[in-house]
Design a binder for this molecule. Structure first.
Ligand SMILES: CC(=O)N[C@H]1[C@@H](OP(=O)(O)OP(=O)(O)OC[C@H]2O[C@@H](n3ccc(=O)[nH]c3=O)[C@H](O)[C@@H]2O)O[C@H](CO)[C@@H](O)[C@@H]1O
Length: 369
């Protein structure tokens, strides 16, 4: 079997493509997989690290407003389709899978026009432009959120699968996870992080929240600042009397490599609303306070967050309304209300799709027969 996977621009598009590639390799031992990405994109390095051969297409991104650069971009996209057709003719894939980002456009379109079975995966509750355009041509659209379905005109082709999460996320029991992290087995753990870069406003609010909980029995905090903001966060915190990164029940770190263990150990999470983060929260069945990143394209993080809020799985605080006292009040109330926390955890778990990868590779399998 031979497959092409394509998707690029940000990790948010690339990691699901790599997860699907792994799923296809497991399902079809010996399958050959080619990653097609943008020339000079982040995907080239990540595909190489995943051991996948890579071919590239030169492309410029479209500007959202009317711009001269768009003429070049459209011209490059047309040439991209020609280049993609050549790559596909040379490789001869049985199916092509796209996970969003501009590069997906020419590759998936060229495949669809040549009659190769195609599937695209949409990570967010508000679908991206490329996937919306492509949905008219592809064989199947796999979505992460039920809320995304209405944006695709050909609903009969849309299937709710969820977003494939890294398998380690489900590997820990709560006790094992707490031992791994050196935390007490009893008591509540509040985990707080921004996206992979950290979040300035969440850090600002947490500098007000943490001193209120310092030394309080029965609750501990892990706060992840993001690598670039660690020093300024520690400086801000020391002004309120907390100096050490590890003081009693509070632990402050620049980046959390043990995310799977931390999610298994946590009782409440405070974070942004990126699609991968939300897939992980719901697979783990965790209640959350979500602060969507307000500058994400089309404000899609707010759509992601509201999808959880509507099901009772999360509380949403808008970035502009976040402050130390707003967040501290919310956390106090949640920690004091075990029944509410349990109800939110149950709602979150219901939205989780641990079988997302199997469902996606199953859909691809159907397209082959
Ligand atoms: C700023 C922005 O536009 N981000 C977008 C980007 O998300 P991006 O990939 O940046 O962010 P996500 O929230 O989707 O994923 C973050 C990932 O980093 C991990 N992590 C984070 C912090 C840490 O200390 N350790 C750690 O392991 C999380 O567990 C998660 O797996 O693409 C997603 C999918 O299109 C979108 O939904 C997001 O809105």
């Amino acid at each position: 079997m031979r497959f092409v996977v394509t998707g690029g621009g940000t990790g948010g598009h690339i990691y699901p493509a790599l997860a699907i590639a792994r799923g296809l390799q497991d399902k079809y031992p010996g399958a050959e997989i080619l990653y097609v990405g943008k020339t000079g994109g982040l995907e080239a390095g990540l595909a190489a690290r995943a051991g996948l051969p890579f071919q590239s297409i030169p492309l410029a991104g479209l500007q959202r407003r009317l711009a001269v650069r768009n003429v070049t971009a459209v011209w490059q996209a047309a040439r991209g389709v020609v280049r993609a057709r050549r790559i596909l003719a040379g490789f001869g894939p049985d199916a092509v899978v796209g996970t969003g980002g501009y590069v997906c456009g020419p590759v998936v379109l060229a495949a669809a026009l040549t009659g190769i079975p195609t599937l695209i995966h949409e990570q967010n509750a508000l679908p991206g432009v490329t996937n919306r355009l492509l949905s008219r041509f592809v064989s199947r659209v796999a979505v992460t959120f039920a809320d995304a379905v209405r944006y695709f005109p050909r609903r009969d082709r849309v299937v709710l699968t969820g977003l494939p999460v890294r398998p380690e996320i489900l590997a820990f029991s709560r006790e094992e996870a707490r031992r791994t992290l050196g935390l007490p087995v009893t008591g509540k753990l509040v985990l707080c992080f921004g996206g992979s870069q950290g979040a300035r406003t969440i850090n600002g609010a947490m500098a007000g929240v943490l001193p209120r909980f310092a030394g309080r029995p029965g609750v501990c905090f892990i706060h992840v600042t993001g690598p670039a903001q660690y020093d300024s966060f520690m400086a801000a915190l020391s002004r309120s009397g907390l100096r050490a990164p590890q003081s009693g029940n509070i632990s402050i770190i620049p980046y959390l490599y043990e995310m799977p263990a931390a999610l298994a150990a946590a009782d409440l999470v405070i974070c942004r609303a990126g699609a991968a983060t939300i897939a992980e929260l719901t697979v783990a069945g965790l209640p959350s306070v979500l602060v969507p990143y307000p500058h994400a394209t089309g404000n899609h993080q707010e759509f992601n967050a509201r999808a959880l809020e509507r099901q009772g799985a999360a509380i949403v605080i808008r970035d502009a309304e976040l402050s130390g006292s707003v967040l501290a009040t919310e956390v106090e109330q949640l920690l004091a209300d075990e029944r509410r926390l349990q109800a939110m955890a149950g709602a979150s778990k219901k939205m989780g799709r641990p079988g997302a990868l199997a469902d996606i590779t199953g859909l691809i399998d159907q397209l082959l027969s």
